[in-house]
Design a binder for this molecule. Structure first.
Ligand code: SD4
Length: 321
């Protein structure tokens, strides 16, 4: 009988998996892309990109840029998918998810965080000041207070009114694009060529209490590998989590796909395996050269790029037309 060790030693990997190609891209040198530092974010986010660009202009790192950028929608009561003014869960509680990742592969995350306007900054503090990657709920809240963050009421008169209206039927069915999904995932490359990313959301409106989505999960809502690139996701987090969406996009880029091809392939993976008919998922990605890509399942997804003093909001191509 051939034992397992011997079996592996007599079989070349290529022989075992003849269809697999192991071509991978070699790391690109650490320098800003030809077009200069850049910022890319999910959805229409010119103000967030401007804040990120301002941080880069002050000499800040990509990490500083993405944190400064996503703090804008976090504080904006009109943005009803993120931070202050985000729609509550079905019990009327605003619970926030966020994560951040730097060029060294460090990561910080908070999930199911209440009463704190800037979860992204708490996530950064988790990354920089604790031995952990993720803090949840009450523990995340108490950590935030210990770091000087203030307790605030994040439910606005507008979101409370809508929620009370929703309670009359309490029908739960997330619909693609209808909720004005503005969850922000942002990636930046700084003047040194380093990549960082951030992602922050109030999650799905009227979700079950305790539900956590993809956005604060490293590898689902966000992933950065400074040798290769970064990716973020938006849309129905359950679909993204089941496929490790952002990690998949980065790994596809590692295998040689362009950011555009990688976003398309990750979206197709969802389409192939899951019920996607009324559901939106969108990806954005950037590689080390500063090439970008975006793709979604449903039409209606757009993204914002800032580079060389210009900001553009671009409609992403989609699987369904
Ligand atoms: C979630 N992915 O909690 C988030 C929602 C989202 O734009 O992206 N909304 O599932």
């Amino acid at each position: 009988m051939i034992n397992r060790r011997r079996f592996l030693s007599v079989s070349s990997l290529a022989g075992l998996f003849p269809t697999l190609s192991f071509k991978t891209v070699s790391p690109t040198p650490n320098e800003a892309p030809a077009g200069g530092p850049l910022v890319i974010s999910t959805w229409k986010q010119p103000k967030a990109n401007a804040a990120a660009q301002a941080a880069l202009d002050r000499g800040g790192s990509a990490l500083d840029a993405v944190e400064a950028g996503v703090r804008i929608p976090e504080a904006d009561p009109e943005d009803m998918s993120v931070g202050y003014g985000g729609r509550p869960d079905r019990d009327g509680r605003v619970t926030l998810d966020a994560c951040i990742m730097d060029e060294k592969g460090n990561a910080g995350s908070v999930v199911f965080l209440e009463h704190i306007m800037h979860p992204i900054s708490v996530a950064r503090a988790v990354m920089e000041k604790t031995p952990h990657v993720m803090l949840a709920g009450e523990g995340a809240y108490r950590f935030a207070l210990s770091q000087g963050f203030k307790k605030e009421n994040l439910l606005t008169a507008k979101t409370e009114k809508e929620w009370r209206e929703w309670l009359k039927t309490a029908k739960y069915k997330p619909i693609a694009n209808i909720e004005r999904h503005d969850t922000i995932g942002m990636l930046s490359i700084d003047a040194q060529g380093n990549i960082s990313g951030a992602c922050t959301t109030s999650g799905l409106a009227y979700k079950m209490n305790g539900r956590v989505g993809d956005s604060p999960i490293i590898g689902a809502g966000l992933f950065v590998d400074n040798e290769i690139g970064g990716a973020c996701a938006t849309g129905l987090g359950e679909l993204v989590m089941r496929t490790c969406g952002s990690f998949l996009v980065v790994e596809l880029m590692r295998q040689g796909r362009t950011p555009q091809q990688a976003c398309e392939e990750a979206a197709l993976r969802i389409v192939k395996k899951q019920d996607y008919k009324d559901i939106q998922v969108g990806f954005v990605a950037v590689n080390k050269k500063g090439e970008t890509g975006a793709f979604s399942i449903q039409p209606g997804f757009n993204y914002t790029i800032t580079q060389d003093k210009q900001t553009k909001v671009i409609d992403a191509p989609s699987y369904l037309k």
